[in-house]
Ligand binder design. Structure first.
Ligand code: FMN
Length: 193
């Protein structure tokens, strides 16, 4: 089973990376074959809305997204992990998502969704934010909406979301009473056959 994971945080050793590592550890125990993309380290141009994918469903921009597109097609499981930045996913995550407009065209215009493969396609969304969860904090809601649009566009029909609020300092998630275990167990569940 191929598992594709995206780390959308620029902070090396940060909360997103720690949580994602736990989820991957769980998935590897289920013998998932994991490919990890640290989005901040990649050469990814934002979508130019050039229409280059309109006729073919394939993005014409030649950068690291070409490899990600191949990995998305091949994946049975996809994890998106992002910090909350200004009430949504990080810019690194959003650039990757916007560049999936090519999949949107392929699925909704050309009616050719990414094939499901032998295990179906499932997703896991991991979000961590520094602010307290309260009525005025729309961060998780907005990030969830964006990630859901991404998952459905790349033909992942179901995903589970883990959200951790009030976690701000680099590495503070390690002191959370349940977060690492939750991420690890979500990784196991995601990759279980
Ligand atoms: C540019 C920027 C914007 C942020 N905006 C929010 C926000 O809107 N809501 C929130 O809860 N936390 C916000 N934070 C805090 C981060 O989500 C928090 O520090 C998180 O733990 C970072 O995860 P990381 O260690 O994986 O990078 C912001 C941080 C930065 C740098």
């Amino acid at each position: 089973m191929k598992l594709l994971a995206f780390n959308g945080s620029p902070r090396n050793g940060g909360n997103t990376q720690i949580l994602l590592s736990e989820a991957i550890r769980g998935a590897r125990e289920q013998e998932a074959d994991v490919t990890l993309h640290n989005l901040n380290a990649l050469n990814l141009r934002p979508c130019q809305h050039c229409g280059g994918c309109d006729d073919t469903g394939h993005c014409v921009i030649q950068d690291d997204m070409q490899a990600i597109h191949r990995d998305i097609r091949a994946a049975d499981r996809i994890i998106v992990a992002s910090p909350i930045f200004f009430f949504s996913v990080s810019a690194q995550t959003k650039i990757m998502i916007d560049r999936c407009q090519a999949f949107w065209t392929e699925k909704y215009v050309h009616k050719k969704p990414v094939p499901s493969g032998p295990f179906g396609r499932k997703g896991l969304l991991i979000l961590v934010g520094g602010m307290k969860r309260n009525a005025g904090n729309q961060g998780f809601k907005c990030a969830e909406a964006t990630a859901q649009a991404f998952f459905r566009t790349v033909n992942v029909p179901e995903h589970v979301t883990l959200e951790f609020d009030s976690v701000d300092e680099k590495g503070a998630i390690a002191k959370h009473p349940t977060a690492l275990k939750e991420a690890y167990e979500a990784g196991i569940a995601l990759a279980a056959r």
